[in-house]
Design a protein around this ligand. Structure first.
Ligand code: AMP
Length: 420
């Protein structure tokens, strides 16, 4: 016997019924973006490696340790996308979307890849919905982007998602803060890896989740102490809009996020029911990313939310999102003569929007009725030779066992009414 093959380690995959929850979460997270005029983009899952080196930054864990990078047959360095923003900005520039009315508003959904140590909520292939809005500095746009995510969580019934926000300031603030923070970090006793990190990007050190580091960093200077007047005004604007929208948030002056392109607004959505991997999503502004990728000097703001972790958050709150029943109606042919008629009937019912399955392979009545029960259908529609002659079917309510005879011409309407 050939050995059985398994999915690669650490990938998130979904089969029924979990896959129905996957689709429901994806649609719930993206629907508010469509309502706000965000257009869908379907982008490649692999890109030129340079896109991430230039866009996301070599000092980040994502780029330095977690990318799936390989040479294609033409000797080009290719990387499976670890995040969505760089690809969206690349596509906006490539297709001149930034030459039309601004802001350009886009959303995406799909798989992302990071070579991480797999654990609950952390996979090597995971899934995100994301939005990006490019070409406006208006704090109302930051608030809109956050409100879209908030609405997505709300529509799923989630109540435990917390929003934390911060401002990383503009380029000048960041440079100043970098100096102040480096001076502070130089006074600490740090391990070699962290010392290297300080050299490449000291802000990332604030992201360290190790308990001893959290303690050492307790007195670190905060970026909010050195924000420029302009960045502060922008941040106040975002906070005001969020308050007007009734979106609760907590200021977290240490929130720096794992990707280098963020400037000014940064935010994260956290859920306490997820254990160590508590972030369900995050995002922020990226004022120089487009220029860094060779486009116009336009700012942008957006987020990426993990579908997988949002599903885990729903589970943690006991929210059932997968429908239990695959279908509403199960067709049961009794004898071979009626089979053709039922195949046609199944097609007509489906066209009328009724979810229908049927018994295949000449299965006997008993086996077919068991399959009907297992399908979760509300009704079994049974047809035998006598029904064929009379142009009727027997409709059996699988909850109470009641059976009624219905003519073919009345069947669609009858089922639609009884399923309402
Ligand atoms: P990030 O780009 O790291 O801020 O990620 C945005 C969101 O994507 C996170 O909040 C998670 O929900 C999700 N995510 C990131 N990495 C992973 C992973 N390895 N496994 C599952 N979800 C992830």
């Amino acid at each position: 016997m050939p050995t059985q093959l398994q999915a690669p380690k650490g990938v998130a995959e979904y089969v029924p019924n979990a896959s129905a929850a996957f689709l429901a979460v994806r649609d719930a997270l993206s629907a508010p973006a469509s309502l706000a005029g965000y257009g869908y983009v379907e982008l490649p899952v692999f890109e030129d490696t340079n896109l991430y080196i230039r866009g996301v930054g070599e000092s980040t864990d994502v780029v330095s340790k977690e990318m799936y990078t390989f040479q294609d047959r033409g000797g080009r360095s290719i990387t499976l996308r670890p995040e969505g923003t760089a690809g969206v900005v690349r596509a906006v520039v490539e297709h001149n979307l930034d030459r039309a009315t601004l802001p350009v508003k886009l959303w995406y959904s799909g798989p992302f890849f990071r070579a991480e140590r797999p654990q609950q909520g952390r996979y090597r292939q995971f899934h995100q919905v994301g939005v990006e809005a490019l070409g406006s500095d208006d704090p109302a746009l930051d608030a809109e982007v956050i409100a879209i995510a908030w609405e997505g969580f709300r529509s799923l019934g989630l109540t435990g998602v917390r929003l934390t926000i911060n401002s990383l300031g503009d380029g000048q603030t960041r440079a100043e803060y970098r100096d102040v923070l480096t001076r502070f970090l130089d006074t600490l006793d740090l391990d070699e890896q962290t010392v290297q990190r300080v050299k490449i990007n000291p802000l990332r050190v604030l992201d360290d989740k190790r308990q001893d580091m959290i303690k050492k960093l307790a007195d670190a200077p905060l970026i909010t102490d050195v924000l420029s007047g302009e960045a502060l005004t922008h941040h106040e604007g975002v906070r005001d809009y969020l308050s007007e929208l009734g979106i609760e948030f907590v200021d977290d002056p240490r929130l720096v996020r794992g990707l280098d392109y963020y400037t000014r607004t940064t935010f994260e959505f956290v859920h306490d029911g997820l254990g160590a991997q508590s972030a369900v999503g995050g995002g922020g502004r990226y004022d120089s990313l487009m220029a860094d990728l060779g486009g116009q000097d336009l700012s942008g703001v957006g987020w990426g939310i993990g579908i997988d972790r949002t599903m885990l958050a729903c589970a943690a709150e006991g929210i059932e999102i997968a429908p239990e029943a695959r279908v509403d109606v199960y067709l049961v042919p009794v004898g071979d003569a009626v089979r053709k008629q039922l195949v046609v009937l199944a097609a007509s019912l489906r066209r009328a929007g009724v979810r229908v399955d049927m018994a295949f392979d000449g299965r006997g009545l008993k086996g077919a009725m068991r399959a009907a029960d297992r399908s979760g259908a509300r009704f079994a529609v049974v047809m035998g030779d006598r029904d064929l002659a009379a142009r009727t079917v027997e409709v059996k309510d699988l909850a109470d066992g009641q059976q009624t005879t219905v003519t073919w011409s009345e069947l669609i309407r009858t089922l639609q009414e009884r399923l309402r």
